[in-house]
Each structure stands twice: as C-alpha cells, then as structure tokens.
Write a protein that binds this ligand. Sequence first.
Ligand SMILES: Cc1cc2nc3c(=O)[nH]c(=O)nc-3n(C[C@H](O)[C@H](O)[C@H](O)COP(=O)(O)O)c2cc1C
Length: 219
Amino acid sequence: MEARDALRTTGASRVFTPEPVTDDTVAAILDDARFAPSGGNRQPWRVAVVADAAQRGRIAALMRPVWEAYVGAGAGGNTPFAFGLDSDAAPVAAPNALLDDIDTVPVVLVVAADLSKVALMDGDLDRPPITGGASIYPFCWSILLAARDRGLRGVITTFLSRAEPDATELLGLPAGHALAATIFLGHPQHQATRLRRNDVASFATRDRFDGPAFGADGG
Ligand SMILES: Cc1cc2nc3c(=O)[nH]c(=O)nc-3n(C[C@H](O)[C@H](O)[C@H](O)COP(=O)(O)O)c2cc1C
C-alpha cells in the first residue's frame, strides 16, 4: 500500500479473528522490519516468537498486575507511571482482551534490545533516558507496518518491561538486554479507518518550543 496511507491509517488492533498466521509470514514480516534504522546501525533487536500456550499464559500472568496497576494509576486522569508522578493508587481489575485471550492471539512477539549496542546519548542527564528507545522502537513500528502490508494488524505493548525482573528467567533474556515491547499481531476483527491525532499546529513551533505555532493554521 501507499506509504502515506499506511502512516495515516495503521491504528492499534487488539482483537483478532481466529485465522492463523504462518511462521513464514512472521519470518517475512521480521525480514522487512530488520531494515529499520538504529543508532550506528547496530541493530540491537532480539525477538522471541512465543507460540507455546503455557509460555503465553505465564507471560500474560506477569503482565496482568502491571495492567491493573496501570489502570489504577490512570484513574485520576494521570499518565500512569509518568516521570515525576508519585502514584500510590490501588490496582484496578479490568478486562484486557490481549491478556484474557492471549492463547487465541495469532502472533505474540517479545522484542528485546541488547543494551551493549545502544548509545544512551542522554544517559547521564538528571532525568530518565529516552534516546535508547530510538534504536528499538522504529523496528517495532516497522513490524506493525510490515504486518499491515500483509493484511494484518496489531499493537505494540510495554506492560512486560515493568515485569522484566520476573520475565528474565522465563524468557531466557540474555544479560544486558532489556525487554522493549510485546507485539500482538493477527487478522483484525475491526479496522480503525480514522485515527484521532492532534493537529500539527498543536505540537510544532517555529525556531523554539515556545515559538509561534508551525503548520497549516500557525503559518
Ligand atoms: C510504546 C507504546 C506502548 C503501548 N502500550 C500499550 C499497552 O500496553 N497496551 C495496549 O493495549 N496498547 C498499547 N499501545 C497502543 C496505544 O494505546 C495506541 O498506539 C494508541 O492508543 C493509539 O491508538 P490508535 O492507533 O488505534 O489510534 C502502546 C503503544 C506504544 C507506541
């Protein structure tokens, strides 16, 4: 499909039809996604393609308390787990189709990053680093786009990162690696056609972040 259409219409899908996705298709998706950019072209990604039902169940069990803590922390309108947010909100049980039905999701990919291959440009600043993610999340996004090109949809999730200490042994995560994302893919039951996103003028400014708005309305 047209790149611009793909960029504008690849929304998150969390509910899938039972139609299976072959290993060959998953391999082809990863074969496209590997062309994603990364700092120094060091390609820090590792992927566990998790098909085993018991393994999936254990992954979902690790994710569930994170999900419930996330829902609880967001109940007051905050961004859960945001930097500087000191939330002691109680967990809230809530349905989550991905976790409740993880055994029926056609494809579950756990993506890790080899930290020895990631330059943390902002690692010494007095705030949590963010630049390291830039060497792994373009790869994750390319997985969604490559899936989309094959009629598949999915969603990037990060619940499992919060449970990384417990997930390490379960997944055989190598030392010095970080869990970046768990990606769910399949044939979607619903396809969003119009994504809700903020206008360019709401986030782009001229010359400085406190400069005049840039964009169709901002000039
Ligand atoms: C870094 C990242 C983490 C995300 N984590 C989750 C998640 O844990 N669970 C989930 O259901 N969706 C998750 N999402 C999907 C977002 O909720 C979704 O991209 C956003 O709401 C926009 O949805 P839309 O594209 O359908 O409009 C995540 C997306 C990103 C990029």
